[in-house]
Design a protein around this ligand. Structure first.
Ligand code: HEC
Length: 431
């Protein structure tokens, strides 16, 4: 490609963006023609309009990538300096265009809700990273470097901390190990979880953490029995806590900091009941001893007690060799449920899962609850709506899960094992 053509291409692809990332004032900027020249205040020709690392890319990467892409983080390389970002500019373009990075399962486009805790780039930010990579990843002026990202704030108030009880070194002969540890919160009275912060013992190995709580004494006993039956610390588990009627209470994936549940709401933690912390270890970076802990903010009472409402199906019967094998469930919501609000959603499938969609149909009108266009098992977690979905009983929830079984030789059924699948979407609901 001749230099002239190159700069023309850059000019064409970058112009509208310059207008977008302009001076930060709120003047209307025409998106075509010469309007973009008002943008960076630079002089020079078209090529100087290419986005640069310090001016355009570092502000995005510091906010949306560096929480994982940092030395000793879960991601395999840092994205915290010009050199480190430049080295993967082309890959960064590809992975952000497909929305594989930053990882986030539910669509946040607004076609089916938006989420206050979404890890999500705007289309403009994605285009900017692409234009920067295409322009050869120019550096820009280090004097314009954005301020260092602030260290994430922890919980304002910690009332209870539980940890897995061991320095556990994951088995590095396995790429992924799923381990459950029994914990005893030791509550004398019921309390409500209103916020949480998971602190991984070693960020290089902890890929996700879920706290389940037993609903009954039988659940406690089953957790203890599982623990006793497995020789090492804790016990092996994959798609759940391995105990009957355990309730999902806290979920965390890397990059997530302290999280409050929506104001006025909280989840009941029953006095006397035990918990199970499931840790997914990934040993791509090696094996390091880990003692993950979970801080909880508790309230004695909350205005709106939230329930984790199961929507899903056990009727999973997936033929092998299909790119989109489906499981479908229908859940009728009785009219006497009355008014309710859905505050958050938590989709769950295993590794063959590709898509998941949940709708609520009331009197012929559909409300989309969650739409996952490209499921990634490694990045499941609770997604909290920007605005709770308010509705009332008398309608029907439908869930459809799509799976890729092209690599399978046999039918796949429902279950918690790695060779089984699940089709679940938990809803965090209250009156
Ligand atoms: C929540 C944590 C997290 C965030 C946020 C995140 N990444 Fe990643 N990224 C990872 C992990 C972990 C990997 C390793 C591969 C995997 O697990 O998918 C990875 C891998 C990558 C890869 C390599 C993919 C490959 O094909 O080898 C690129 C490129 C990348 N990330 C770019 C980005 C960019 C750019 C951002 C910000 C816009 C970002 N990531 C934000 C965790 C994260």
């Amino acid at each position: 490609m001749s230099p002239t053509r190159l700069s023309l291409v850059i000019f064409a692809s970058v112009l509208p963006l310059v207008a977008l990332v302009g001076c930060g004032d709120h003047e209307e900027q025409p998106t075509g023609g010469g309007g973009g020249t008002a943008g960076n205040g630079g002089s020079g020709g078209a090529a100087s309009k290419a986005p640069t690392y310090y001016e355009d890319i570092a502000p995005i990467m510091n906010t949306h990538c560096a929480n994982c892409h940092i030395e000793s983080g879960i991601a395999p390389f840092a994205l915290t300096t010009y050199e480190s970002a430049k080295a993967v500019a082309g890959l960064a373009k590809l992975r952000t265009e497909t929305r594989e990075m930053p990882p986030w399962n539910p669509s946040n486009t607004g076609d089916c809700n938006t989420y206050e805790n979404a890890r999500w780039l705007t289309d403009d930010q994605i285009a900017l990273i692409g234009a920067w990579a295409d322009a050869g990843a120019p550096e820009g002026d280090p004097q314009n470097a954005p301020p260092e990202p602030e260290a994430p704030k922890g919980l304002a108030k910690v009332d209870l901390t539980v940890d897995i009880g061991f320095d556990y070194s994951p088995d590095d002969s396995l790429a992924d190990e799923y381990r459950c540890f029994v914990v005893d919160p030791g509550l004398a009275q019921d309390a409500f979880v209103t916020g949480y912060e998971v602190v991984p013992g070693d960020k290089r190995v902890v890929h996700h953490v879920i706290l389940y709580t037993a609903e009954t004494p039988e659940g406690d006993a089953q957790a203890d029995a599982n623990d006793a039956a497995d020789p090492g610390p804790g016990y092996e588990c994959f798609g759940g806590a391995g105990i009957g009627n355990a309730r999902w209470t806290v979920g965390w994936a890397p990059g997530g900091g302290a999280q409050m549940y929506p104001e006025t709401t909280g989840l009941r933690l029953k006095a006397g009941r035990k918990g199970v912390i499931q840790v997914h270890y990934n040993t791509a970076n090696g094996s390091y001893p880990d003692k993950t802990k979970i801080h909880l903010t508790l309230a004695e009472q909350v205005e709106n007690e939230a329930q984790i409402f199961y929507t899903g199906t056990n009727d999973i019967n997936l033929p092998p060799g299909q790119a989109d094998a489906a499981a479908k469930g229908v859940i009728n919501i009785p009219a006497n449920v009355g008014k309710f609000r859905v505050w958050a959603t938590l989709p769950h499938m295993h590794t063959r899962g590709k898509t998941l969609k949940v709708n609520y149909n009331l009197n012929g009108a559909d409300t989309c609850l969650v739409d996952v266009p490209n499921w990634n098992f490694h990045w499941q977690g609770v997604a909290i709506y920007d605005q709770p979905v308010a509705s009332e009983g008398g309608g029907t929830i439908t869930i459809r899960c799509g799976y890729d079984t092209t690599k399978d030789m046999e039918e796949i059924f429902n279950g918690e094992g790695t060779d089984e699948e699940m089709c679940i979407n938990y809803l965090y609901v209250s009156k």
